[in-house]
Design a protein around this ligand. Structure first.
Ligand SMILES: [Zn+2]
Length: 431
């Protein structure tokens, strides 16, 4: 532990904060301090001050502050350990992750996936791929997208990949364990394969899509393995990381096809959950990308359910996510294909707050002639409004509700304050 603290201090002292920050943005000296345009909020004015004396930075506009580690973590969207490693390397200190053993232990597994992906990509480039290529073109996945997303093809023979990998000294037990082989056969047979990446951009699984009429399931995904944990994975995270910073937002979609499509029209700040409800790990990872998170799920009932569950998960982290509602049965992929970039941009521009989205849903189907339904509706609304932290937004919504239900504003406000008090009490009794 002491040894660890020593090395942290050593890394910190050798990385002068003024030097490090000026590698990211121009700084100008003003008296003792240095001023620059803060990269953590939209601004043209130099609101961020960097002190060589105190070795800290501080933005007067958005309040972001900290030491050299905090700056690099936030600017690069990386963890403390990653920032340590980066800054250590910058000044030539030999520092390794304490969990480097785990990384090295799994390296052969990542290598197996890399080999498999190369093999599948070669197949798709060969003359055996005509039908698969036609399928992809029909789905508007052209050569550029195939290359960018490393799309490949598993052929009809049942053990090509398994044979290839056992020749490279992988044993069958390992190949079964990581989901590339099943028994002595390949897992993916006659499917277009899309690699699934972990948040660092390493291939850790595949999603295989049938491309000819078949009774088999349309999609086959790699099972959970030591390197592929669905609840920790976010598709396209490694690319969206940088884009989210530039665009100051990240768009969360349901499937990888949605991301590929959105990316093809310039939305590279998109990610997809791996078909599961958002875990708290995933919510925290998203929070690291941007505080401005936009949910864009399918227009059907399942999509609405996903929006509700995932929006609540993000709200629990103190975020105020936004929502794009797609019409009818569209998903982002089909919407963009049908209506194009401009229409999609309009949806992004008009994304509504998740809290408003929930309020809209509550209203649906309420019979305002029935006192009972109206009362239930008002109480549900107040419960949701009590969760909104922004007082101005609360007042706007409350005024709208008062008008809509023909109830005095003060009556509603009084009830809301009571609810908040009650909420505060029950929270403090939890502790
Ligand atoms: Zn700032």
């Amino acid at each position: 532990m002491n040894q660890n603290n020593d090395i942290i201090q050593q890394i910190k002292s050798k990385n002068d904060i003024v030097d490090v920050v000026s590698e990211y943005l121009p700084l100008e000296q003003r008296g003792k301090n240095f001023l620059g345009v803060c990269p953590f909020h939209q601004d043209n004015h130099p609101s961020m001050s960097v002190s060589r004396e105190k070795q800290i930075f501080n933005c007067f506009a958005c309040g972001t502050k900290g030491n050299v580690f905090n700056f690099v973590m936030k600017r690069e969207n990386i963890t403390f350990r990653e920032a340590l490693a980066k800054l250590a390397k910058r000044v030539g200190i030999n520092y390794q992750y304490t969990n480097s053993d785990a990384i090295e232990k799994n390296q052969p597994l990542y290598d197996a996936y890399k080999l498999a992906s190369k093999y599948y990509q070669n197949n798709l480039a060969s003359s055996l791929a005509n039908k698969a290529k036609k399928y992809l073109l029909d789905r508007k996945i052209d050569d550029t997208l195939i290359k960018e997303f490393e799309v490949g093809l598993s052929l009809g023979s049942k053990d090509d990949l398994t044979t290839l990998l056992t020749k490279k000294n992988y044993d069958l037990t390992t190949l079964n364990q990581i989901g590339l082989s099943s028994g002595e056969h390949d897992v993916f047979i006659e499917r277009v394969v899309f690699p699934l990446y972990d948040i660092q951009g390493r291939i850790v699984g595949f999603s295989g899509r049938i491309y000819e009429k078949s009774d088999l399931n349309k999609y086959l995904n790699t099972k959970e393995t030591p390197i592929f944990k669905k609840g920790m994975t976010i598709y396209h995270y490694h690319v969206a990381k940088e884009e989210a910073r530039i665009k100051n937002s990240v768009i969360v979609m349901e499937g990888f096809m949605d991301v590929i499509r959105a990316s093809s029209i310039g939305y590279k700040n998109t990610v997809a959950l791996m078909g599961t409800a958002m875990t708290s790990e995933q919510a925290n990872l998203l929070k690291r990308l941007s505080s401005n998170i936009i949910l864009c799920f399918d227009g059907d009932n399942a999509g609405r359910k996903a929006t509700l569950a995932n929006g609540n998960q993000l709200e629990e982290l103190g975020l105020s996510p936004k929502v794009i509602s797609l019409p009818g049965e569209d998903d982002p992929d089909t919407f963009i294909l049908t209506y194009g970039k401009e229409k999609f941009q309009a949806l992004v521009d008009h994304a509504i707050y998740f809290s408003d989205y929930k309020l809209d849903l509550l209203k649906q189907g309420v019979d305002f002639q029935s006192d009972l339904e109206k009362t239930t509706y008002i109480n549900q609304m107040l419960k949701e409004i009590s969760k909104i932290k922004d007082e101005i937004r609360c007042e706007i919504i409350l005024k709208r509700l008062a008008k809509e239900c023909d109830i005095g504003y003060n009556t509603l406000d009084k009830r809301l304050q009571e609810m908040k008090k009650q909420e505060g009490k029950s929270n403090s009794s939890d502790l």
